[in-house]
Design a binder for this molecule. Structure first.
Ligand code: ZN
Length: 503
């Protein structure tokens, strides 16, 4: 290729075709988990599977392969967005080339059925039945790491699949600081005289008013309903078909309206990110959030840093008590405290904002050990339980509340968990070294209900780049320095010292 521009045009056309197939799959999936009747599942799986085949054919076609690799030769002549698109396309092709097709097919089948085995094992509290599946999944992931290649340790190759450019060396460093800081904070909270009753949030609340409240709340945060919609599903998630159709689901509970409220806010954070992807990249492979970690930084910023903030809850209070009558017996501060109660617990998804990261650190440490071949799988539940005892002072009394609680490993997702904690760290660093720097009237904006001004800042500084910059580059671009756990710890310290009254 003399001049890469013509080739690039064709590359974009094929990218768009791939997006077309991906969007169609996404709509079918959305429909499947929201309103599809249960007997439709077999036919639906066939159709989604057929579209996967089409996608595979397109991506492995000679034309596309030749294009990507010859465009890559012009990498240095490209602008940042073009570079990112070609790099991501090449990475995906490299992945398919490096892993022998037969092995990959075998692995795909294994992880496709993994969730079923896991769900049954969890239901019956039966680790033994899941153990051989998990061993196989870990074995394959080791192989994938070897095929992909790595500099220091095989886990690096897996991390790179979810958080491009992240390494064990860096994460070990930040997580160690994080773990030590969290342990100190937990000690102070345990020693505090302040006792918080979070049961005040529970009661009996009809679903309809919750729906209305959640919709209005999402709007106030900056979610655009002309390009979005909220439905219900058992496990809340967000999905999008381009930047003009970005949807979320939530799950309501009659006993506890706060659960749906924060789940909606979390998914709204993901969705706002996708709604703010610029038009010129939405139909390409960088037309979305750059990594799982940066995505979580956005959802967790809205859910925790913003919406569990005292000023936010005080501002939101009149709306909350209007929707949820039973809460009006309590002051905004009591509700603020109840929403921020810290209590070590066994289940990650129910964890409070402070102990949550500890659940992730435990999984990260165990995953590294498994991938390094340092785990006897008979001993894994005990290793898990020992870490909970050591870090959180509690011990699971069943497999279901211990090693079997999360779906991730059954789907082959090893290397994914760190993203959640990284999201917390990125978010706090963005707050101190970006948002507060550029918006000195930050708390005023919250008090005046002008959260959309903060959303505008995130759109400009984070969302507008889509997948152009790797997380590492992006966080430096925004905050002027590499990722550092100290900001998240500073944030937690400032917050919880006020709630639990310690120095
Ligand atoms: Zn999320």
């Amino acid at each position: 290729m003399e001049n890469y521009k013509d080739g690039f045009k064709r590359f974009l056309e094929i990218q768009e075709e791939m997006k077309n197939i991906g969007d169609a799959q996404g709509v079918l999936y959305w429909d499947m988990v929201t309103i599809m009747p249960s007997k439709g599942v077999e036919r639906r799986s066939d159709v989604i599977g057929y579209l996967s085949q089409l996608m595979y054919k397109l991506e492995t076609s000679d034309e596309y392969n030749n294009l990507v690799y010859s465009l890559y030769e012009h990498y240095e002549e490209m602008d940042d967005k073009e570079k990112a698109m070609v790099k991501a396309a090449k990475k995906s092709l490299d992945f398919m080339k490096k892993i022998p097709e037969e092995e990959y097919l075998e692995y795909s089948k294994l992880v496709a059925s993994g969730e079923n085995y896991w769900a049954k094992a969890r239901e019956n509290n039966d680790y033994e039945s899941f153990k051989p599946i998990l061993e196989k999944i870990v074995f394959f992931n080791k192989k994938i790491a070897d095929y992909m290649g790595y500099e220091d340790t095989p886990y690096d190759a897996l991390l790179d699949l979810y958080e491009p450019g992240a390494t064990v060396k860096e994460i070990d460093g930040v997580f160690q600081e994080l773990r030590e800081g969290l342990l100190k904070l937990l000690d102070k909270i345990n020693a505090s005289d302040v006792k918080i009753d979070s049961s005040i949030l529970k009661g009996e609340y009809e679903i309809e008013p919750q729906k209305k409240y959640n919709t209005e709340l999402a709007k106030r945060l900056g979610y655009d309903f002309e390009r979005g919609a909220i439905a219900e599903s058992a496990h809340p998630f967000s999905t999008n078909f381009g930047n003009n159709d970005v949807r979320i689901t939530t799950a309501y509970s009659k006993e506890d309206p706060i659960v749906a409220m924060y789940s909606t806010i979390h998914e709204t954070g993901h969705a706002i990110y996708e709604q703010n992807i610029p038009d010129d990249i939405t139909k390409t492979n960088i037309g979305g959030g750059v990594s799982m970690g940066i995505h979580e930084s956005q959802s967790r910023y809205y859910e925790n840093i913003l919406a569990r903030d005292r000023e936010f809850i005080e501002t939101e209070y009149p709306n909350m008590i209007k929707a949820f009558d039973g809460l009006k017996k309590y002051s905004p501060f009591e509700i603020y405290q109840a929403i921020n109660k810290v209590e070590p617990s066994l289940i990650r998804i129910d964890a409070d904002e402070l102990t949550y990261s500890m659940h992730i650190i435990i999984r990260y440490e165990l995953e590294k050990m498994m991938i390094n071949g340092e785990v006897d799988f008979d001993e894994l539940p005990k290793l898990w339980a020992d870490k909970y005892t050591e870090y959180l002072g509690i011990t699971p009394d069943s497999y279901a509340k211990g090693v079997l609680q999360d779906v991730h490993w059954s789907g082959g997702m090893i290397g994914y968990f760190p993203s959640y904690a990284l999201g917390n760290l990125y978010g706090a660093q963005m707050l101190y070294k970006g948002i507060l720097r550029d918006l000195p009237n930050y708390y005023e904006l919250i008090r005046e209900g002008k959260v959309s001004e903060i959303t505008k800042w995130l759109a400009e500084n984070v969302h507008s780049h889509g997948g152009t910059y790797e997380p590492k580059v992006l966080i430096e671009k925004i905050t002027g320095e590499p990722l550092d756990a100290k900001y998240f710890l500073q944030y937690l310290n400032e917050k919880y010292s006020r709630i639990y009254d310690f120095k």
